[in-house]
Write a protein that binds this ligand. Structure first.
Ligand SMILES: *Cc1c(COP(=O)(O)O)cnc(C)c1O
Length: 443
């Protein structure tokens, strides 16, 4: 059979693929590139994927080894027989290309050494807590927490012999010292340690801020900082408006479902921080699973390209809407970080926050009936729980997200019957004000 050089059936010699991605450019001259610039390419080399400008979605459950010795080296890394972890990709429960790029880019936003992505915010939180604790230990946490986080600590961890002590979000150094001393005594009595201080700031739905600097000072005074990391759920203000690693937190936790995902079309979570803390969490994720899937990771790469733009616009919109609401005769008060009334809270805000966010509480004069009339009259804003999406959402915590909280605790947390929770999106601000104005007329 005759063959010629232009025979379409003749196999084309493929160039040997480069195994290592090209050198990353993170500086130009003396200038360190900003996260918003790095989001377009960091951690991805088109030459490794047929020149595809954007990362393809890698749908595979397993990865081919170059040779048997390479396979052995990977497993030595995964099992901890050799330090440094796996050198390449092995199996999709451990990691994949889309998730690795996502993790590299997530770490950039918080100025963290390393990051891990998860299938939900709660998976991230649950695996972080499980990785830190053993029977007899006592967790110290701020309150209130996201209801599922609070339940995981109080109900699930209790079944494994882990107790907790909590303190109110705004606690000062004296209160923190008292709480840490009490936790230490409890842990000693049950033969354990305090292996984790877990914070959420601002708290939901009151927007009360935690003084991370004071928590770090108290932690350093009572515990060995190498055995007791401070983790903080930064879902409400991160990554743009609060950078807790700079105030002394060791780990930052996200529900990426909210501002980072930002389009109300996915569920995911993450943990970022120093490698020595992240490695223990990664080991448990390798065992349990719970990593984000490749498609979700790919969607999050797209989200990260616009996260700064979206959050800036949402923040500006919220400022305008709150300026309108604060003057409205049917609005009793606002729980908005741009209009703090308390000197201690304002001091924490000034030290910790770069912006007021776009999620706030609005107290309508009246009670549940007035709130329901308002919610039912909204035309642009949607009636749904969650936050941080491109669209404006409103809900009624007392009868929805916090219905299961006992009435006494609800009052303590400031979750009144006349509270409407609002997350402002990126619509036209004047359209939003028109919508809120006409809905308040229906009250
Ligand atoms: C939504 C949320 C979570 C849980 O995240 P999921 O992605 O829904 O699992 C945790 N913390 C805060 C503050 C949240 O708003």
């Amino acid at each position: 059979m005759a063959t010629s050089d232009n025979d379409p059936m003749k196999p084309v010699a493929t160039p040997t693929p480069r195994r290592k991605p090209k050198q990353e450019i993170t500086r130009i001259g003396g200038r360190e590139l900003k996260p918003s610039t790095l989001m377009m390419g960091h951690g991805y080399d088109p030459a490794l994927s047929e020149g595809s400008l954007k990362a393809p979605i890698f749908l595979t459950s397993t990865f081919a080894f170059e040779n048997a010795a390479a396979g052995k080296r990977h497993f030595e890394g995964i099992t901890g027989k050799r330090p440094g972890g796996a050198e390449g990709l092995v199996y999709s429960r451990f990691n994949g290309p889309n998730q690795e790029i996502l993790e590299d880019r997530l770490a950039i936003w918080d100025g963290a050494e390393d990051a891990l992505c998860f299938s939900s915010g709660m998976t991230a939180i649950a695996i972080l807590i499980l990785a830190a604790c053993k029977a007899g230990d006592v967790i110290v946490h701020s309150g209130p927490l996201y209801a599922a986080s609070e339940g995981f600590v109080a109900k699930v961890m209790a079944r494994y012999g882990v107790r907790y002590v909590d303190f109110p979000a705004g606690a000062d150094r004296d209160q923190l010292d008292e709480v840490m001393a009490r936790a230490k005594a409890m842990a000693e009595e049950s033969g354990g340690e305090v292996p984790l201080i877990y914070l959420e700031s601002p708290g939901n739905p009151t927007n009360a801020l935690v003084d991370v600097e004071a928590v770090k000072a108290a932690r350093d005074a009572h515990f060995d900082p190498d055995r007791c990391p401070i983790a903080i759920d930064n879902t409400f203000l991160g990554p743009l408006w609060q950078r807790p690693l700079e105030q002394g937190a060791d780990l930052v936790v996200y529900s990426l479902t909210k501002y980072v995902g930002g389009h109300s079309d996915l569920v995911a979570g993450s943990v970022s921080g120093a490698k020595r803390w992240i490695d223990a969490v990664r080991a448990l994720r390798n065992t349990m699973g719970g990593i984000a899937d490749p498609n979700t990771a790919w969607m999050l790469l797209r989200s990260l390209e616009t996260v700064e733009l979206r959050m800036q616009r949402a923040g500006e919109n919220a400022e305008k809407v709150c300026a309108f609401l604060s003057q409205h005769p049917k609005v009793e008060k606002l729980g908005y970080l741009g209009m703090i009334k308390d000197a201690r809270q304002q001091d924490i805000y000034d030290r910790h926050c770069l912006g007021a966010g776009s999620t706030f509480s609005m107290f309508i004069k009246g009670g549940e009936a007035e709130c329901f009339a308002f919610l039912d009259a909204l035309k642009v804003a949607k009636l749904a729980v969650s936050l941080g999406g491109t669209e404006t959402l409103a809900s009624h915590p007392a009868s929805m997200t916090h219905l299961s909280v006992p009435e006494g605790r609800r009052t303590e947390l400031g979750i009144a019957d006349n509270l409407v929770r609002v997350s402002i999106g990126i619509e036209d601000p004047e359209d939003l004000i028109a919508d809120f104005a006409q809905a308040l007329e229906a009250v």
